[in-house]
Design a protein around this ligand. Sequence first.
Ligand code: SP5
Ligand code: ZN
Length: 343
Amino acid sequence: MKTVFSPGQLAHDPKHEISDGELRPAVEIPARAEMVRARILETELGEVLTPEDFGRGPLARVHDGDYLDFLDSFWTRWTNAGRGGEAFPFVWPVRGLSLEPKPDHIDGLLGRYSFDAGTPLGQYSFAAARASANSALTAARLVAGGERSAFALCRPPGHHAAAGYYGGYCFLNNAAIAGQWLRDAGAERVAILDVDYHHGNGTQSIFYERSDVLFLSIHADPREEYPYFLGHAGETGAAAGEGYNANYPLALGADWETWSNALAAAMARIRDFAPDTLVISLGLDAYEKDPISRFRLASEDFTRMGAALAGLGLPTIFVMEGGYAVEALGVNCVNTLAGFEGG
Ligand code: SP5
Ligand code: ZN
């Protein structure tokens, strides 16, 4: 399987995040991508290609223009306000507050275009996020061109980013951008299966009213886990998209037996939908030793996951999402991909 990755994705190099009541060391760091790339080379999974630049067009098919403009202008606004380093929002337009008119001050804009305080935004974050999206798009093009599968080594990740806001370490929704590009390239139906430990709230919201993109997510129950405000089993889509969203929230502590039952249910839905292409939002944070997560998948279970997914027999793009046990990340990621190739 070919991998797509750009060194430009490493330019987003956050030092801190706000979590657990503290300013803590960032967990979504460049070393994550380095570990995965090293394991791909070590195991000879396949070629590692540099992405093509698809420009703003495919990003704007998923994200709002004003949101992209905000990301583009962030650093100038931040430094004009006398700031440096990385930015965190601290005020949000929740219930009863106004989205319009948009604030002029960067502190207002940060809240206007985010949904959490846990996502550091720095000088090179947007450039790295665009490189990450280009990796997803290049993987999509490979599969549209006839490859059975491709791996987009995306970081920063994407599945928490919605049309108009960032959060959860995500700025551009790589899987959604790839899925939409596949639609625009001629696929009639695309399924996006999100196996990250956290619910893919951004991807769900982007496609919630559409029947051409089926979104499914297996994740920790949002009653107990981030992102808390989306990902419940009762969210089944709306309007034309009613019936085209499927959530499988699981209790904390889920092991492979529990997790794989949800996978079987999700795969049955995918079979019924009969998509032209499958996009896997490949979070590796369901791993038992992940530092911020509470599922119990072992490294071998990722091989099983990949093999099971191969059983769908679909052209498949893997788009990396979360996973913070850096030492094991390469093994768990490549286990999934190699499992798919052997399955
Ligand atoms: C892409 C992705 O996986 N994003 C996840 C964002 C989660 N951010 C919230 C982190 C909260 C960490 N709390 C850990 C509790 C155990 N120390
Ligand atoms: Zn995650």
